[in-house]
Structures are given as C-alpha cells and as structure tokens.
Write a protein that binds this ligand. Structure first.
Ligand code: GAP
Length: 465
C-alpha cells in the first residue's frame, strides 16, 4: 500500500472517531478486534443510504416488496442452502505464534498471482514454494490449509435443542427464500417480482480488517428477483445497469469503480454467473457489491429439504415451475466506507486572518449527508439562541439538523465541512431586525442572505434535486 493511501485510511479512521461516525467497539474494555459501533453521524449516514436504497429499489417499483426476516433460523435452512458445507474460506495457522490467516490473502499479499479455484493442497504448496513467512513472527512453519466455515454458531436455551447448533445468518437471502410462498400468497405478485430486505449478517471471517471493510457483523441490503429461466440474461443486464445508477445516486466515485466477472472457479456454490462491482480502495480493488444469477438453486434445495411445494403456477399458461433468481447484493457497512473515501477532500484556504490553512471537507451528496444543515447562532447571546431555536423548530421536521452555538463561527463552519453538512445557517443580529439568515454552501463557501420564510424551499430545491 503506498504511503499516501495508508495516510488516507488513517485520516478517515481518525475523522470518524473524532467527529462521531464510527467508534471502536467496546473501547473502554480495550476493544474487541474488528468490531465497530456507529456514532451519531454514522447512524444518520447509514439510515440515509438505507432509505435511498429502499426508495430506489423497493418503493419506486411495483413488483418489489420488502420483508424483515429473523437473524436466527431453523438450522435446516443453512444445511439446505449449502452454507453448512460450502460457506468456508481456506485457513492456515502459524505453528510458532498461532496467528491465523486466510491462505488466499496470505499468498496474494506476498506474490502477484491469482489463487481462485486452487485446491487446499495447491494453496499450501504455493506458500511453501514461495517461502512465504508469517507476517506476525517471520517464521515459515505453517499447518496444512483447511476449510473454515464462516457461519457463526450459537445455541438456543440452556441446552441446545437436540444438540444442534443454531447459526447467525450469513446472508439475508435465505430469509427471503423461505418466505417465498408467504410473500407470493399474501401479496399476489406475479413473475417477475422481487423480495428485498436489509439487516445484520454475521460471518466468522478469518482475516477481518481494513476498518469497517471486512468485519464479523455487518449490514447488508439485498433482493431476490424471481424470474422465468429464459429471462435471466436480459434481466441480469438490466439490474447491473440499475446498480450503476445507484452508485451515482448516492455519490460513490464512479471513476474508482469497475465491474469484474467471477471466473468459473470463483463462483459461489449457488451461482451460475456473478459480477462484482469493485471499488479502488487505498488497499486495492475490493468488492463493493455483487450481482449473482442463483438459478433455481435455493428454492429447489429448500423444496427438497422441507418437502413444501415452492413452485410457481403461471396463471395464464397454468405452467408450474420453480422460478429462477437474480440477486443484487449491497454491503451497507462497506458502502459507508466507500462513501467516506469518495467524499474525503482537503484543500488549502485562507482563513479570516489571511493565513493559509487546510480545509477538510466531506463532499457528501446532500441526499446522504448526515445533517442537511447546521443552525449556528453567531454568538451565544440569549436573543440569538432564541431566534436560532425558532429557525430549528421551523425546519426540523423537514431536514436533519445540527445545532451548534459555541466557538468561533469560522471553527464551526470548518467542523460542518468536516462532517459533510451541505448548508450552514447563521443567525446574526440582522436576523433579529429583518428575519433573514445567512446560508453558507459547504462546497463553494459562498453565502446567500435568505428570508427565514423562504428557507424551507431554498433548502428543498438544493437537497432534494
Ligand atoms: N447474498 C449474497 C451474499 O451474501 P456476498 O458477496 O457474500 O453475497 C454480499 O456478500 C456483500 O456483503 C458483499 O458484496 C459485501 O459488500 C458485503 N460483505 C461481505 N462480507 C463482508 C464482511 N465481512 N464485512 C463487511 N461487508 C461484507
């Protein structure tokens, strides 16, 4: 990783903690590796992204409905779906320091080669042949490579029912497959139609890391789009282009994305075709989103295992068949990181005293910015604060707002720049006379004088364009 890139991640991690986007998990107890908590700004950002996603993919489409399935499911779900057997990564341990690695990551971080599809034995041979050493202790004494299942296990009640482990869901998708018939019967949808959901997914990752990029629990938004088999290619192209529009909609830097086709060896056990939308992070090209053609695999497996009929009956032709499925999947936690990387900017500006200083700006698109505007009484004088309270109350139901009354106005503007607030509204002594306020634009730093009565429409025009 080039030094500059390293610095960018460090700056983002530091800004996130300092300003309240992301905090290290359980920090007062020394933390728990690779767990992170969203702070006041992080939760606003996440909610905004989720709401935009729901609006774009669910609310605005007649044929897509949402559900909210459980994290805990009958373990038979994960057996039937193939996750108990196949949802695993290749693990290797250093015998000296006992550090655990994903074998493919260990190789890729040391030699420039593609390891997709290699057997466990081949991975071990590559590590041995290339004299790859343990990054932690420098030794070359590894165990064999073995499969490590990513499903987190837990138990229900004082003793696990029938001694069977229960799993925390590794993807949301299965909650939608097991509800296929319920949704079909209750919503009376006809093919093609989709079921969407958002929520927490859990994976016992061998090598989590890179801040919130790869964690043990994360938020995921995905939908299963049920189709006739013959339509899959056409619909695949359609959803890929819709995913591209989504990237623009929330302001992920398009120049840093690319589409990468999975090789045959790399495909998940359920997929016939998958493409990843990747983002060029400071730590390399990494998967952001995926689009998979899951065929009829999941419904077929669940029908076989549950003995419940999961076929679809075409009301016009009376044909009965198991629908095929396209699945666009969007890591929500990962989206937050890519938005921070896309939005982060620094520029040299002149401060009020004429000295040069560095301005850090998160150039979020207004639709996803945690706060749409900040209400700033020029000074902490009762009459100004009272007027600022009135302005806050006037627009608080329309926009998420920050309210900041302490410190110099210049410093407060900088703080709002750093958290990506598109507009700062200053209440000064003129406001008390003529009911106008100053609205400062985060990007241009230009200021407009606006009557308070026009504030709502002024902001609406700019934020909801
Ligand atoms: N239902 C399909 C599915 O789960 P996936 O590619 O395994 O597909 C979906 O995961 C998305 O979840 C990825 O594209 C990525 O954005 C995100 N993701 C996967 N593992 C993650 C992790 N450990 N931490 C954060 N996000 C993760």
């Amino acid at each position: 990783m080039p030094k500059e890139s390293n610095q960018l991640m460090e700056k983002i991690v530091s800004l996130c903690k300092r300003r309240g986007f992301v905090f290290p998990g359980s920090e007062i107890y020394g933390g728990l590796a690779n767990t992170w908590d969203l702070g006041p700004l992080g939760i606003e950002l996440k909610n905004n992204v989720f709401q935009e996603w729901w609006k774009f993919f669910v609310q605005s489409r007649k044929e897509i409905v949402g559900i909210d399935p459980s994290v805990l499911m009958n373990p038979k779900v994960w057996e039937a779906s193939g996750h108990v057997k196949n949802f695993s990564d290749a693990q290797i341990d250093c015998k000296k320091c006992r550090k655990r690695y994903r074998a493919d990551h260990l190789i890729e971080n040391n030699i420039n080669t593609n390891v997709e599809g290699l057997s466990l034995e081949d991975l071990k041979k590559l590590i041995d042949d290339n004299n790859i050493r343990c990054p932690n202790c420098g030794e070359k004494d590894f165990t064999d490579v073995k499969k490590f299942n990513l499903l987190f296990q837990t138990g229900i009640g004082p003793t696990t029912v029938n001694n069977e482990p229960v799993y925390l869901r590794g993807e949301i998708a299965q909650g939608m497959f097991v509800n296929f018939k319920n949704v079909l019967n209750s919503s009376r949808k006809r093919l093609p139609f989709g079921i969407a959901a958002m929520g927490r997914a859990y994976r016992n990752e061998i090598t989590p890391g890179n801040f919130i990029f790869r964690t043990l629990e994360f938020d995921l938004m995905e939908f299963e789009y049920f189709i006739r088999e013959e339509d899959w290619q056409k619909k695949f192209d359609y959803w890929l282009s819709e995913m591209d529009k989504w990237i623009d909609l929330i302001g992920i830097n398009k120049d840093k994305t690319r589409v990468r086709e999975h090789t045959a060896d790399e495909l998940s056990h359920y997929s016939k075709r998958t493409v990843d939308i990747e983002y060029k992070t400071p730590f390399g090209w990494k998967e952001l989103y995926g689009l998979a053609y899951r065929t009829d695999f999941d419904l077929r497996m669940h029908q076989e295992a549950s003995k419940v009929d999961l076929t679809y009956m075409d009301p016009e032709t009376n044909e009965k068949f198991i629908p095929h499925v396209l699945e666009p999947t969007f890591g929500l936690s990962r989206t937050l990181l890519m938005l921070l990387l896309s939005a982060y900017d620094e520029e040299e500006v002149e401060n009020a005293k004429g000295n040069k200083e560095l301005r850090v700006v998160l150039r979020f698109k207004p639709n996803i910015a945690p706060y749409k505007a900040a209400i700033l009484p020029l000074m902490k004088k009762p009459e100004l604060v009272k007027k600022a309270d009135e302005v806050f109350d006037l627009i608080k139901n329309d926009f998420t707002l920050d309210f900041d009354q302490t410190g110099s106005i210049g410093k407060r503007y900088r703080r709002q720049d750093e958290i990506g607030t598109p507009y700062s509204i200053t209440i000064d002594f003129d406001t008390l006379d003529d009911d106008t306020v100053t609205v400062r634009d985060r990007d241009s730093m230009k200021q407009d004088r606006i009557p308070i009565g026009e504030l709502k429409s002024y902001l609406n025009e700019r934020i909801n364009q």
